[in-house]
Ligand binder design. Structure first.
Ligand code: NDP
Length: 290
């Protein structure tokens, strides 16, 4: 018999999670602050008590997919005391420290805690395309894994409960910065009448090919020697001409100016002959401030 599961939070994502559990035949209890959102799932066989106290005691495994860290406390503070001996898997987006705080709070109440970070959109849930990162005690992850695997591809990132969130946000940082760079390029091309759609058609193959360079920079960073041959030097990477071209076209240089600032900082410290990857030294934890 498959495990019974409670899902708290029936927004776009929580509804997709609960739906996938119903599809897989799990006895599923759902709860949402605004009860009307539970109607469709209830029609498909989910139990849908309006009282959260009833929902969290229906099954020893409780999934939370609420808005943010504050909403987890607002929903669960009053009932966490009734969950002793159970497991809370929190898929709500939080910062690493917020995840650590929730893990400590759950532990105070004798509740096993696993933090998760969803790298997928709701329609992807229930397919292997959906990647979900987890962190917390290994045995807790192993114990609930058959349920987690209903949603997609589960990856265990380590015992520190902040790690899933950290790695998720690290990837999103890379993604948003790349998108901002794309939109800046679109504005530059757009200043001469190219549509953003036309620019995207050129940018997609070019930028996709460029991502092969991540592995090269990574090898330099991990090797700790920015002088290894075969790299583009910081002096050569000076982007002032791109900043100037952007300004000449009346386009705010925002993202590329930020990159140029990192390059200039390393050049000012005397590293102009070393590789581009050296800007990592201006960014890393415990970086020496220029
Ligand atoms: P929605 O905005 O669709 O839903 C938010 C949910 O949180 C609703 O169920 C809402 O209840 C509930 N909520 C908000 N504030 C409170 C509160 N103070 N107390 C109790 N419940 C509250 O968001 P999503 O479902 O899209 O996202 C949920 C989580 O999943 C977020 O942390 C998000 O970052 C994460 N996520 C979402 C992705 C996506 O593509 N959608 C992708 C990856 C992660 P009510 O109906 O009563 O307002």
């Amino acid at each position: 018999e498959s495990t019974g599961v409670t899902v708290l939070g029936l927004g776009a994502m929580g509804s997709a999670l609960a739906s996938a559990l119903l599809d897989a035949g799990h006895a599923t209890t759902v709860w949402n602050r605004t009860p009307a959102r539970a109607a469709d799932l209830a029609a498909r066989g989910a139990a849908a008590p309006s009282d959260i106290a009833e929902a969290v005691t229906a099954h020893p495994l409780v999934i939370a997919c609420l808005l943010d860290h504050a909403s987890v406390h607002q929903s669960l503070d009053a009932v966490i005391g009734t969950m002793r001996g159970g497991t809370l898997v929190n898929l709500t987006t939080t910062t690493p420290n917020e995840a650590r705080e929730l893990a400590a709070w759950a532990a105070e109440h004798g509740v096993d805690y696993l933090d998760g970070a969803i790298m997928a959109t709701p329609p992807m849930i229930g397919t292997t395309e959906a990647s979900i990162l987890y962190s917390g005690p290994r045995e807790v992850f192993d114990g609930v894994r058959p349920v987690l695997d209903r949603w997609g591809t589960s990856t265990y990132d380590g015992a520190d409960p902040g790690l899933a969130s950290l790695f998720d946000l690290a990837l999103l940082s890379g993604m948003y910065t790349m998108f901002a760079g794309f939109l800046h390029g679109a504005a530059m091309a757009g200043s001469a009448g190219m549509t953003a759609t036309e620019f995207a058609a050129r940018a997609t193959p070019f930028l996709s090919a460029m991502t092969a360079g991540f592995a090269h920079d990574a090898a330099v960073v991990d090797g700790g020697d920015y002088t290894v041959p075969g790299q583009q030097s910081l002096d050569f990477s000076d982007l002032s001409h791109i900043v100037r071209a952007s300004e000449e076209q009346g386009v705010a240089p925002g993202p590329v100016a930020a990159v140029q600032e990192l390059i200039s900082g390393q050049i000012a410290q005397g590293y102009g002959a070393e590789g581009f990857a050296r800007i990592y030294e201006s960014l890393r934890a415990d970086a020496e401030v220029a």
